[in-house]
Design a protein around this ligand. Structure first.
Ligand code: ADP
Ligand code: MG
Length: 239
């Protein structure tokens, strides 16, 4: 009888238990690129918020000592009564532990990283289920891309390049696609165009999907679809 009384709560209890036992683990997406200004933080916060608005639980982790994602989140707390995502920061030995803890509690953990391949990047790559490498069209630095692709590969992690700040009418997309082919690396079909809304919302503690409906909504959803397709089991994680 006692057992029956608890049946109604079973799904909740069951998933809580599964999480505890490590049977359900969140997906870890690490955003990495040595080049500063490549669009890492922009990609990280927009990905995190878009996933959260689809009904997933999301934690954003800032391991960049510059703390841009942290500042973004603090601004967000001033703007919104309910930020919709969790935020955390860690450094050095604390990174692996923090990520391990969060992946037990959240469907997705999105990690924003510093613009250098130092020792702090390693645990973030090692924990990743997918590494996203933003490549800004304003300063294509293929050496920096090759470096992070090499580091991800060394940890046997799948990596996908994402073009950011793209402008129509430039040849960069074709050049990067060609280079991606040479490197045997994946390039996302969707990209983030150069749009004022990304810069504006970043400063407001928001994501572009929280601005009035515009083309950024569609490109972020297209990118999230591609990211989910790269993560086995992720499609079923919507609440
Ligand atoms: N798709 C985009 N369109 C317009 N501006 C962008 C875009 N992506 C990034 N930016 C701007 O470029 C600058 C650097 O981006 P950021 O995400 O901080 O790069 P990183 O974290 O790699 O240093 C910021 O001012 C940001 O607002
Ligand atoms: Mg940054």
């Amino acid at each position: 009888m006692h057992g029956f009384l608890h049946c109604e709560n079973l799904p909740d209890r069951y998933s809580a238990l599964q999480r505890k036992l490590g049977a359900i683990m969140g997906h870890i997406i690490t955003i990495a690129q040595q080049k500063g200004g490549a669009g890492k933080t922009t990609l990280a916060v927009n990905l995190a918020v878009t996933l959260a608005r689809l009904g997933h639980s999301v934690a954003l982790v800032d391991i960049d000592p510059q703390g841009s994602a942290g500042r973004w989140f603090m601004t967000r707390l001033d703007q919104l009564p309910e930020p919709g995502i969790e935020f955390s920061t860690a450094s050095a030995w604390g990174i692996s532990y923090e990520i391990r803890k969060l992946r037990e509690q959240f469907d997705f953990v999105v990690i924003d990283t510093p613009p250098k391949a130092d020792s702090d990047l390693r645990p973030a790559l090692r924990a990743a289920d997918l590494v996203l490498v933003p490549v800004a069209s304003s300063h294509l630095d293929l050496w920096a891309v090759e470096m992070v692709l090499y580091l991800a590969d060394r940890e046997s992690k799948p990596a996908m390049m994402v073009l950011t700040r793209t402008r129509s009418g430039t040849r960069l997309a074709a050049q990067v696609a060609e280079k991606a082919g040479e490197l045997d690396a994946l390039l996302a079909k969707s990209s983030l165009s150069n749009r004022v809304v990304y810069a504006e919302t970043l400063g407001q503690g928001l994501a572009a999907v929280e601005a009035p409906k515009g083309p950024a909504h569609a490109e972020l959803h297209a990118l999230v679809d591609e990211v989910l397709a790269m993560l086995p089991g992720a499609e079923t994680a919507v609440a």
